[in-house]
Design a protein around this ligand. Sequence first.
Ligand SMILES: [Zn+2]
Length: 65
Amino acid sequence: MFKNPNYARLIAGALVHELAHVNGAPGGMVSKAAEATLPPCGFDDLFNPALVGMNSWRPVRIEMG
Ligand SMILES: [Zn+2]
């Protein structure tokens, strides 16, 4: 699966999107703030104008240390 170099770009673009959320970009059905970080970061080809934030919350357990 990861032999195709396009997958590296998909993963990098997903990381940029998710890091935007970590930095405060809201989720929800109307915000495109996280997705809008892709073009300025060189991922114009991965930008999906139809994509919005999460449509539901589910708890995520993160164990530190
Ligand atoms: Zn998002």
